[in-house]
Design a protein around this ligand. Structure first.
Ligand code: PLP
Length: 401
């Protein structure tokens, strides 16, 4: 715990994170090793980032090859990896054009700007408001914080950006009332990640799409956490049968290198003409080469098929835990974005798992979240379940005595 490394971390790094005192040095697949050489099975994957696991040999090779060729030239010019990555994303989604940036917040920032610009260009400058969801998370920049439906992350940063309205996630009638003449777009995560792994009732997203169409309002899906195979398909919207007008990606796009993307239909993307928006590092060839390899691997289909299979297994095991333990209230999520809502604080279980060699995390205080690499093995899931089973049993025994 009080290693020399941790002392230095404490002294020199800004205290913006409540960190666990572990220093990781190496990863492979779904395994991580800390500086003492201890191995952990990783059910966090850098918060749904390393969807293809750590040090995937094909991504390592693609990155190495690009590293020897070219890292960066700016968006004054073209590079092949960026072009090929954009083409791949367009060919595998509803979208016609892609804008590249470096993070989720930056992708959502672009989406918010594009929605406003689209209506300005159409001669409807009064349409600038965005309807967003309670408990949503869209990032930490001023605009994306303004779009986020959680007070705890907004606290202390007033005044936020004007023009955001909030409704409960899953409430069609509240959304109908909130959409008005000034509304430009509805922004939501198809499944709320940070908000507690909340998946909407069947039909909700289709109803949202219908409301947007009726009112001539754009539909923005934040697939930063749900995208890139996390839910068992390339993008979550495919499973809900609902197509957005704009979609944002980041987290797993380059499997751990910083990259964000905003995808849009042609008519909307046209509002971003030369000079309208930019990012120095956006789509740089080195990061694009890694992302392109991620896309190619996912495009081959085996990993998605594995993710769906292993997700069904994981879910069944979580449901068995729920049946055995009164403190487990609900199994949540889709694909390998899974959650276990507890009747009690989740932190002791995060710690208990860590002591047993499993990394998990907790959102909203009492929802254990599991977002392992998509290549996680059924045996690794079974080992985690056995660990949780023991921890829940002990907690229930302690509560009784
Ligand atoms: C993580 C996340 C973001 C923010 O991404 P950053 O890269 O941290 O800016 C936005 N939206 C969702 C749904 C996320 O999960």
């Amino acid at each position: 715990m009080a290693s020399a490394t941790l002392e230095r971390a404490e002294r020199f790094i800004a205290h913006t994170y409540k960190r666990i005192p572990l220093v990781f040095t190496r990863g492979s697949g779904a395994s991580l090793w800390d500086e003492t050489g201890r191995r952990y099975t990783d059910f966090v994957a850098g918060i749904a980032v390393c969807n293809l696991g750590h040090a995937h040999p094909r991504i390592v090779r693609a990155l190495g090859e690009q590293a020897e060729l070219l890292w960066h030239v700016s968006n004054l010019y073209y590079t092949r990896p960026q072009i090929e990555l954009a083409a791949w994303l367009v060919e595998h989604s509803f979208a016609d054009r892609v804008f590249f940036c470096n993070s989720g917040a930056e992708a959502n920032e672009a989406a918010i700007k594009l929605a406003r610009k689209y209506f300005k260009d159409k001669g409807e400058p009064g349409r600038y408001r965005i309807v967003s969801m309670e408990l949503s998370f869209h990032g930490r920049t001023m605009a994306t914080l303004s779009a986020t439906g959680q007070e705890k992350v907004k606290h202390g940063f007033d005044p936020l950006l004007e023009g955001f309205d909030f409704v409960p996630f899953g409430d069609v009638e509240a959304l109908r009332r909130a959409i008005g003449k000034q509304t430009a777009a509805v922004l939501l995560e198809p499944i709320q990640g940070e908000g507690g792994v909340r998946r909407p009732e069947p039909g909700y997203l289709a109803a949202v799409r219908a409301l947007c169409d009726e009112a001539g309002v754009l539909l923005l899906f934040d697939e930063i956490q749900t995208g890139m195979g996390r839910t068992g398909t390339l993008f979550a919207y495919e499973q809900f049968g609902v197509t957005p007008d704009i979609m944002t990606l980041a987290k797993a796009l380059a499997n751990g290198l910083p990259m964000g993307a905003m995808l849009a239909r042609e008519e909307i993307a046209a509002a971003f003409g030369p000079g309208a928006h930019a990012s120095t590092f956006g789509g740089t060839p080195i990061v694009s080469a890694a992302a392109l390899e991620v896309c190619r691997i996912l495009g081959e289909g085996e990993i998605l098929a594995h993710a769906r299979k292993v997700s069904a297994h994981f879910r069944a095991r979580l449901e068995a835990l729920q049946a055995r333990h009164p403190l487990v209230e609900e199994v949540r999520g889709l694909g390998l974005l899974l959650g276990l809502k507890l009747a009690v604080d989740g932190e002791p279980f995060v710690q208990g798992c860590r002591e047993a060699g499993f990394l998990i995390n907790c959102v909203q205080g009492n929802v254990l979240r599991f977002v392992p690499p998509l290549l996680i093995a059924a045996e690794e899931i079974d080992a985690l379940i056995a660990c949780l089973d023991g921890l829940f049993e002990r907690a229930e025994r302690e509560k009784r005595s």
